[in-house]
Ligand binder design. Structure first.
Ligand code: IMP
Ligand code: MG
Length: 173
């Protein structure tokens, strides 16, 4: 497999996340819960949470482990929960954070899951948005970068469990 080629470098990512955090701080209520979808969003969530702290916001953080992809680059079409879910979130405002909004199946599933736990309102925040791939009608309130239909790795995203630690976002062809 070819070496990933950088699409968005880490300095550009950092600046964008600071701007995102400013907008989130301005639109979320004082007390909110950041629910992070693992594994892919771990790096984005780490940087976003620190940018939020610099913006004076300190949300509760919860993590859910969802799986929709195998080792292939195509969605399995079904989303599964791995591990345990957060406690009830009745009446809590939630910022749902994922690495990429692709077909939309993962975010759609996660949003319904959170609604089932009582969360309200729920805003969606995704590091990347690939609107050309959408299967379900779903939009995120907060988007880091829109990308074209290429398979991307790095900054938390993997291909066959590799490349998550790259500080830049890169494409593999
Ligand atoms: P969706 O359910 O099709 O929206 O896909 C969302 C999940 O698929 C993301 O959370 C990623 O884990 C994975 N995914 C989608 N596109 C890519 C990509 O280009 N690179 C790496 N992972 C991806
Ligand atoms: Mg993911």
């Amino acid at each position: 497999m070819a070496t990933p080629r950088t699409l968005i470098d880490s300095a550009t990512i950092g600046a964008r996340i600071d701007a995102l955090a400013g907008r989130i701080a301005a639109t979320m209520p004082e007390d909110f819960v950041m629910v992070v979808i693992l594994n892919g969003a771990f790096m984005f969530a780490a940087d976003l949470s620190r940018a939020l702290a610099r913006a004076g916001r300190h949300p509760t953080m919860e993590f859910i482990n969802l799986k929709s992809y195998g080792d292939a680059t195509e969605s399995a079409g079904q989303v599964r929960v791995l591990g345990t879910l957060p406690e009830r979130l009745d009446g809590r405002a939630v910022l749902l954070v994922d690495d990429i909004l692709d077909t939309g199946r993962t975010m759609h599933f996660a949003r319904a899951l959170l609604a089932g736990l009582g969360a309200s309102p729920v805003q969606l925040c995704t590091f990347l948005d690939k609107p050309s791939r959408r299967v379900l009608d779903i939009r995120a309130e907060h988007v880091g970068f829109e990308v074209e239909d290429r398979f991307v790795v790095g900054y938390g995203l993997d291909h066959a469990k590799k490349w998550r630690g790259l500080p830049d976002l890169a494409a593999i062809d």
